[in-house]
Design a protein around this ligand. Structure first.
Ligand code: AMP
Length: 404
């Protein structure tokens, strides 16, 4: 499935394209159609599953459909300022071409920030992303205009309750119009979350994106490496693991084809499998791999989910998968049943942040192995270095919306 199947507003679709999102993640595939149909949702999902875009995309679509002028249409409540900023960045990327205004409202700023936030809350940024305490500080001054609000999103609800925000949240919710769509996301679903859900959601649809952690018997490791060194490293790894059953995942068909060609040139009998091949060819290749007639297979994501091939000894990620779930699905091809397996991921200098998000999801760090010295200098692993997308901070546009 692709995002274009949702038939979204062209300005929003352009935003999605510009972020490089091609196909929806599991939670996006489930949540987007439901939110578009005005359903309330309670979603159990963690960071790394793409849950942010799962609620931002349909909410932006709704706001574009309504074509409203300057009112607060959506409020997102989150536990921490870091999350508020992160959501605002993704929102700015997604709505860049749609010209919506947004503001992250969180504690700790100075008087200027407070004044800017007040402006957004009175003149109506379309979407505000708030931490509870700071929002309460504004609500106490009684100028926050929420009459036209149609969407409320509570993100990381379990964390907010852990931080003691229950009363603040209920106060905020009482301030908002009763007629609204409410979406609630939480990594865990303890009874108190369900109790709160019963209070604030109407006939919610329950989405559960359970990420089961990879089996302990998979040895996970990674190499931090430049793109141009990857084929050589994989050639080296395959030569050192002859006789084993090895599956290499590439994000693109072109990488899969290039790599297979290089491996073949190096005398390694590798096959490829991707969507450019006829179905029967794909089936034959897969069968030969299963039957151990082929030891090395280079595949795009068409193989990462659902196909149960037994006894793969080594899975190599040619690049960092787009989300944690993909990573878990890919490495889950190894160490099935009783077997043990190894999963190696190649991380280029631009993918460190993405990989660190996966590590967060796994709740562990993955060992970064030394790249063989004959490959030359390699990049540093620096997850804080530049992200894949450089969002430009848009100024708050307040009343001027509509001049795009
Ligand atoms: P989240 O779980 O919302 O924190 O998202 C995790 C990461 O996945 C973020 O860096 C997003 O930019 C990225 N992401 C979300 N949806 C997609 C998608 N459909 N395709 C590729 N990347 C995505």
């Amino acid at each position: 499935m692709r995002f274009s199947d949702f038939n979204l507003h062209p300005d929003l679709q352009e935003g999605i394209d510009s972020l490089g999102f091609e196909s929806p993640t599991a939670i996006q595939e489930q949540a987007i159609p439901l939110v578009l149909k005005d359903r309330d949702i309670i979603g159990s999902a963690q960071t790394g599953t793409g849950k942010t875009a799962a609620f931002l995309i349909p909410v932006i679509q709704h706001i574009l459909e309504i074509g409203t002028p300057d009112y607060i249409k959506a409020m997102i409540i989150v536990p921490t300022r870091e999350l508020a900023i992160q959501i605002d960045q993704q929102l700015q990327g997604l709505s860049y071409f749609a010209g919506l205004s947004s503001m992250a409202i969180y504690g700790g700023g100075d008087g200027t920030d407070f004044a800017q936030e007040k402006q957004a809350l009175t003149e109506g940024a379309h979407i505000v992303i708030c931490t509870p305490g700071r929002l309460i500080a504004h609500l106490n001054n009684e100028y926050v205009k929420t009459k036209h609000l149609s969407h409320l999103i509570l993100d990381e609800a379990d964390r907010m309750l852990d931080m003691g925000f229950f009363d603040d949240l209920m106060r905020i919710i009482n301030y908002l119009p009763k007629k609204r769509q409410t979406l609630m996301f939480s990594a865990t679903m303890p009874e108190e979350i369900r109790k709160m859900a019963r209070k604030i959601l109407k006939n919610p649809f329950e989405i559960n994106i359970a990420i089961s952690k990879p089996a302990d018997k998979i040895l996970q490791m990674a190499y931090v490496i430049y793109d141009h060194q990857k084929n050589e490293l994989i050639t080296y790894l395959l030569k050192n693991n002859s006789g084993k059953s090895i599956l290499v995942f590439c994000s693109t068909k072109n990488n899969a084809k290039d790599l297979t060609r290089d491996l073949n040139k190096a005398g390694l009998a590798a096959s490829e499998i991707h969507s450019d091949l006829e179905q029967t060819t794909r089936e034959n290749v897969l069968l030969s791999f299963k039957n151990k007639e082929i030891n090395f297979l280079v595949a795009t994501d068409i193989l990462s989910r659902g196909i149960d091939i037994e006894d793969i000894d080594l899975v190599i990620n040619y690049d960092v998968p787009n989300d944690g779930e993909d990573y878990i699905h890919r490495i889950g091809r190894t160490a099935r049943a009783e077997a043990e397996g190894v999963a190696i991921t190649l991380i280029n200098e631009k993918e460190a942040f993405k990989f660190s998000q996966i590590e967060k999801l796994l709740e562990r760090s993955v060992h970064k192995a030394q790249v063989p010295s004959h490959l030359g200098e390699t990049p540093e692993y620096n997850p804080k270095a530049k992200r894949k997308y450089n969002y430009k901070k848009k100024p708050y546009r307040g009343k001027k919306r509509g001049d795009k």
